[in-house]
Design a protein around this ligand. Structure first.
Ligand code: GLU
Length: 428
């Protein structure tokens, strides 16, 4: 985000440049892939509930569609910037490629804070966003999805607007729709579950019994909650979770030595996603500062909030006990911190592999929507497990073979597939 001088796009380009050199990509391919192919920036005028008109800034950025239509979420965030959306669109290209689904990368956003908007105003923003971009998105061009602070209701409003403009039913236009309205069973769980599928395999590789491990998690949104859910099903214990407090405008960490109870914490979370501190204290949780999640003596860290969470400044606060980091968020670790983690021998399952379960399931949703035939939840989750596990092993084997980090190996696989598609199409 914009406030600390951190620039996600610079970081994405730095990561790309490092691997492009290793892959010895030619200059033309490098130039094409290190920036988005197309960008749309627009104004969305909204009649607010008090009768005034407010203009919101919207984006859709399409990084690359050589392997298939662009794919990626839409974020609603007050600190959204074009550079953040650029970075996220680029990471979407690598994400779709590393799990080998026939889609490219895109991302969208609106600078707004849904906490301060009524349902009607949010609906108007969704419909306004689609009206500005409808000519440049669609089931075979670019398929949006939910992301930070957007959900299935937002997707259905966007679909309805797109279908109204185009005069037909196009359920394959957008994913993350409500179940029963073109959505896929398992889509809500998919990103968090995907993180834990890769974590499960990484534990096996390191000869760690996942049921003997402890974890600390940043964030208490959709990705975090479902990661915790599956991690607990596998017998793991989460001792700490951090959560944004909308009232205090800062994060707190909730600690319980013998493990947090997911159901209990969900039960005391308000509609803005903030856990009630007083209720948590009554239930035996210790309330710690927001950054304490990172300092816990646990085996596993799961950053599942926003970018720029593990940096050069706080990386040394990570306990010696930590063996693995599974990145549920996009871009949570800066390159400087990543280097230090690699030197310390901590296994980092990189974001665009670890959290690719969301888009993999979006792809399954799109297949179901386009064929108008819906699968059982077991079928969806089973296919997701296979996709994530296969992708993890391909990355892990390359990382072993070349003695490189999982991140560099994942980048090598993802970038070479996209570069090959651009070359075979005759673009470069
Ligand atoms: N927003 C999610 C992500 O960053 C999902 C994208 C999608 O399903 O298209 O991966």
């Amino acid at each position: 985000m914009a406030d600390t001088g951190f620039n996600a796009f610079k970081m994405a380009q730095e990561q790309f440049d490092k691997v492009a050199e290793k892959l010895e990509l030619d200059e033309g391919t490098k130039e094409l892939l290190r920036s988005p192919m197309r960008e749309y920036h627009f104004n969305i005028p909204i009649r607010m509930d008090d009768g005034r008109t407010k203009v919101f800034k919207g984006f859709r950025i399409q990084h690359n569609d050589a392997r298939g239509p662009c794919k990626g979420g839409i974020r609603f965030h007050p600190q959204e910037t074009a550079d953040t959306v650029r970075a996220l669109s680029m990471w979407m290209t690598w994400k779709c490629s590393v799990v080998d689904i026939p889609l490219g990368g895109g991302k969208g956003g609106v600078i707004c804070d849904p906490h301060n908007l009524s349902q009607r105003e949010q609906e108007a923003i969704c419909r306004g966003w689609v009206r500005q971009i409808s000519k440049n998105v669609g089931p075979v061009e670019d398929i949006p999805a939910p992301d930070v602070m957007t959900n299935s209701q937002h997707m259905l409003w966007m679909l309805d607007e797109f279908e109204t403009i185009n005069g037909g039913r196009y359920p394959g236009f957008i994913t993350g729709k409500p179940v029963g309205h073109g959505g896929s069973l398992g889509r809500t769980e998919a990103t968090g579950y995907g993180v834990v599928f890769t974590l499960r395999e990484a534990c096996k590789g390191a000869e760690i019994d996942i049921s003997d491990t402890t974890a600390s998690v940043q964030g208490f949104g959709n990705v975090s909650q479902h990661a915790i859910e599956l991690y607990h099903k596998y017998g793991g214990t989460t001792v700490c979770v951090s959560c944004w407090d909308q009232g205090d405008k800062k994060a707190h960490s909730f600690y319980k030595q013998n493990g947090i109870d997911l159901k209990e914490l969900r039960g005391i979370t308000d509609r803005f996603g903030s856990i009630n501190k007083n209720r948590a204290e009554e239930l035996g949780y210790t309330i710690l500062p927001g950054d304490e999640w990172l300092k816990q003596e646990v085996d596993i860290l799961i950053p599942a909030a926003l970018e720029n969470a593990i940096t050069g400044e706080n990386v040394n606060d990570i306990s010696k006990k930590v063996k693995m980091i599974a990145e549920g968020a996009n871009g949570p670790t800066t390159p400087e911190a990543d280097r230090i983690l690699h030197e310390r021998g901590i296994i980092v399952i990189p974001d665009f592999l670890a959290n690719a379960g969301g888009v993999a399931c979006s792809y399954f949703e799109q297949v179901q929507s386009n064929t108008n035939y819906y699968w059982s939840k077991d079928e969806v989750i089973g296919k997701l497990d296979t996709k994530m596990t296969d992708a993890y092993y391909a990355v892990m084997e390359l990382s072993k073979r070349n003695s490189i980090s999982l991140r560099d190996a994942a980048y090598m696989i993802a970038i070479s597939r996209v570069a090959e598609a651009c070359q075979l199409r005759g673009w470069v």
